[in-house]
Design a protein around this ligand. Structure first.
Ligand code: ADP
Ligand code: MG
Length: 467
């Protein structure tokens, strides 16, 4: 069927266009009157829909009759795939190396019940890649007093997604204590037990970006539909939604829909619900419906077993004395704990020397220091733009709209406060302004901080993110 379609299409378009847009398509299967084709990227799919949908329709109708359907299956993309899907195809084997957080949610469309012969963006059914990292399994998530409750709640949810009173399950705790790992582990386990369930892991940041994008492109409804199709939704770092009322609002709707339909929601956050700021009350009350379980700092024994497990998995041996030293000095962050041991392993193999206690001391010391990094102007712009739910380009633009001007002035103010950059350098990096503009911005912010309560709140919120 596809061969015939192709022949027809080839007769009707330029050879170059045919080569570019139709040769890469793979026919996958034909069921009833629905032909599934695989396209290399979402971009590719959009291009086809935009430029060749009529042609495809005619070709397919000729072959399959008037109620033919076309189903696109989109190969998973990563962040490179979006921009240059043709020059930088990443083979699927490499994908696991990229953290799942880095991947865009690939939207794979599928439309079994569609009446209309053609897949209309927005009403199609969607198949979703989970974005789960198989290395973040329960098996690798060592148990200790600090995580026992959260871990076993996670297991319970994984055994019966949507079927426990832990809905939503909210896992909270400080940086590097295993929230992301545990969130993945639950998803991985569910996928394992219930392969037919649609599981999606996404960071709240990515979720927000997608939402903003959908508003820009006028596809907000598609966005909502997409999320309503999921059986198990895992949103990491929901504190990121604080102050973002648009995104919170849409999440509230999605949450209600999923919850009412017995779907499982898993959330992580760096704070307990009671301590979350600038999250709407109605959303907070939803968070409290289920179970909030804390991940605490691991005790000494757990730190030791995490280190030993890491060494064991890497096939490296190290004297107990060294392991002890690391575990004693890095207490509140498992990521740092792992970082230090990885760095020790690397040092010893590069320099081909025994890991001495002295070396361990150096590494640990450096490691603890290095994690306190300086904030950059780029980072400040990103944080401020996120906070006001706009993108950096908007923040830098020439527009005089009040809220954008304010955001820009705040970014300049924080750049002055938290970096060592000169006024001129700050100006040039924030939308090519001169030093006088930056100076004026700093003064304006100071003034507003005194006179405007709301504005003072912005400053307080944002300051926390930089200090
Ligand atoms: P968070 O999301 O809370 O900042 P992560 O989930 O990214 O923390 O965890 C940081 C690192 O610590 C990851 O490499 C993770 O695998 C590891 N880790 C966290 N908790 C455990 C645990 N209980 N057992 C083994 N490794 C852990
Ligand atoms: Mg995390």
């Amino acid at each position: 069927v596809w061969g015939n379609c192709l022949a027809f299409i080839q007769d009707n378009i330029q050879p170059q266009a045919f080569k570019t847009w139709f040769e890469p398509i793979k026919p996958i299967k034909l069921t009833d009157k629905a032909l599934s084709i695989q396209v290399p990227s979402k971009f590719f799919y959009e291009w086809l829909e935009e430029h060749y949908v009529k042609l495809l329709k005619v070709a397919l109708t000729k072959e399959l009759g008037s109620n033919a359907k076309l189903i696109y299956i989109i190969k998973m993309e990563n962040k490179y795939g979006n921009k240059e899907p043709f020059t930088e195809q990443i083979p699927s084997a490499n994908r696991t190396a990229v953290g799942p957080q880095e991947l865009d949610v690939p939207i794979t469309s599928k439309s079994p019940e569609l009446k209309n012969p053609f897949v209309i963006p927005g009403i199609r059914n969607i198949k979703i890649e989970s974005q789960l990292n198989p290395n973040y399994s329960f098996e690798n998530f060592l148990e200790g007093d600090s995580n026992r409750l959260a871990r076993s709640a996670g297991m319970a949810v994984a055994n019966k997604p949507g079927g426990t009173s832990f809905n939503p399950l909210l896992v909270f705790g400080g940086v590097g204590l295993g929230k992301t790992h545990l969130a993945h582990a639950i998803g991985v386990e569910i996928k394992d037990k219930y392969p037919e369930k649609t599981v999606l892991y996404i960071s709240a940041e990515k979720f927000t970006q997608q939402y903003i994008e959908s508003v820009k492109k006028n596809t907000r409804n598609d966005f909502i539909h997409f999320y309503q199709l999921i059986d198990v939704l895992i949103i990491d770092d929901v504190q990121f939604l604080s102050g973002k009322s648009g995104t919170q609002d849409v999440f509230f709707h999605i949450f209600n829909h999923l919850h009412q339909n017995g779907k499982q929601v898993i959330l992580t956050s760096d704070k307990a619900p009671v301590d979350m700021q600038d999250i709407e009350q109605r959303l907070l009350s939803r968070f409290k419906w289920g179970l909030s379980a804390e991940l605490q700092s691991p005790d000494f024994e757990t730190r030791i077993s995490i280190l030993k497990n890491k060494l064991y998995r890497d096939g490296v041996e190290m004297p107990d004395e060294i392991i002890d030293h690391v575990a004693k000095n890095i207490k509140t962050n498992i990521r740092e704990l792992e970082g230090a041991i990885i760095s020790l392993i690397a040092q010893s193999s590069f320099n081909k020397r025994e890991v001495t206690l002295e070396l361990a001391q150096q590494v640990v010391e450096k490691f603890v220091k290095n994690t306190k990094r300086e904030v950059s102007i780029d980072y400040i712009q990103k944080v401020v733009s996120d906070y006001f739910e706009m993108d950096v380009a908007t923040l830098q633009s020439k527009t005089r709209k009040r809220h954008i001007v304010q955001a820009r002035q705040l970014a300049m103010f924080f750049a002055k406060k938290f970096t060592k950059a000169s006024l001129a350098s700050i100006g040039s990096q924030i939308g090519k302004r001169d030093h006088a503009t930056v100076l004026h911005a700093c003064k304006t912010v100071d003034n507003l901080a005194e006179t405007d309560k709301q504005f003072r709140k912005y400053i307080e919120d944002l300051s926390k993110k930089f200090s």
